[in-house]
Ligand binder design. Structure first.
Ligand SMILES: [Zn+2]
Length: 260
């Protein structure tokens, strides 16, 4: 009878320890999930794609400017040959009886016509190249707009997910603090050490004759000792984890009454 209060205390410790481990595992899992959200690599890939587009756009702008200058130069050359044709025609009109001048002018006009053909051919080529570049620029702009829209959606959904998870983490941390406050200080230190050594799994529960994590069947002598101790928080004789014995014998009974 005299050890009844002690049994009730260890039962409360056992419940808090089990919940504490659940909370810590949930927090760890959440941290991992947060770090590995599928939105992160997507956002990274889309930002990289945007960078590529920006650099392609820059190259195209450079090419387009060169072609625009070339087109403008060709237009000037064309105008110059047209002026010369006009001059030669005028000379022909004014010297219609001078055979030597007529022959010179005709030769010049023929050369000018050849030069104009060359300019026109080049000009058409430049215009076609310009059109190709403008088409490519429009396509890049379209791709960029799709990426921008997608990024806005991805960032919004990411923010939504992270804020939900952060709220849940805040709730769990508050509950964690209450659990820690409920547990005996030395026991909490034992919990922390075990949690480190066993990667978050430092607490196990005895089910029948098997602890829930190491799952090594305990010897009848070990079980007898555990039952004799009556404390709900003991140590696994096999793996040395904190062993919750609340499911067995007197501890469970006392706990059930304490909890009721
Ligand atoms: Zn064990």
């Amino acid at each position: 009878m005299s050890d009844m209060p002690e049994i009730n205390d260890t039962y409360a410790d056992a419940l808090s320890l089990m919940r504490l481990q659940e909370i810590d595992l949930a927090l760890l899992k959440m941290k991992d999930q947060l770090k590995n959200l599928p939105a992160f690599p997507k956002i990274k890939a889309e930002n990289a794609a945007k960078k590529r587009i920006a650099s392609e756009k820059l190259k195209l702008t450079g090419k387009r400017k060169d072609l625009e200058i070339e087109a403008s130069d060709l237009e000037k050359s064309r105008k110059k040959t047209e002026d010369e044709v006009e001059q030669q025609s005028k000379m022909l009109r004014e010297n219609s009886s001078d055979h030597r001048i007529i022959a010179d002018v005709e030769r010049s006009l023929s050369n000018l016509a050849k030069a104009q053909d060359k300019i026109d051919f080049q000009y058409e080529k430049v215009l076609a190249d310009l059109q190709t570049i403008e088409f490519a620029e429009a396509k890049l702009l379209e791709q960029e707009q799709v990426l921008d829209k997608d990024l806005v959606e991805l960032n919004a959904s990411l923010e939504n997910t992270t804020s939900t998870m952060q709220a849940e983490a805040k709730r769990l941390n508050a509950e964690r603090a209450r659990c820690v406050a409920d547990i005996d200080e030395d026991l909490y230190k034992r919990y922390q050490k075990g949690s480190q050594v066993f990667r978050g799994l430092g607490v196990e529960v005895l089910k029948g004759n098997k602890p829930s994590i190491c799952r090594v069947e305990l010897q009848p002598s070990d079980l007898a000792e555990i039952e004799h101790d009556k404390s709900c928080v003991q140590e696994c004789p096999y793996c040395r984890r904190i062993l919750i014995t609340k499911d067995i014998g007197a501890c469970g009974q006392a706990g059930a009454q304490a909890g009721a």
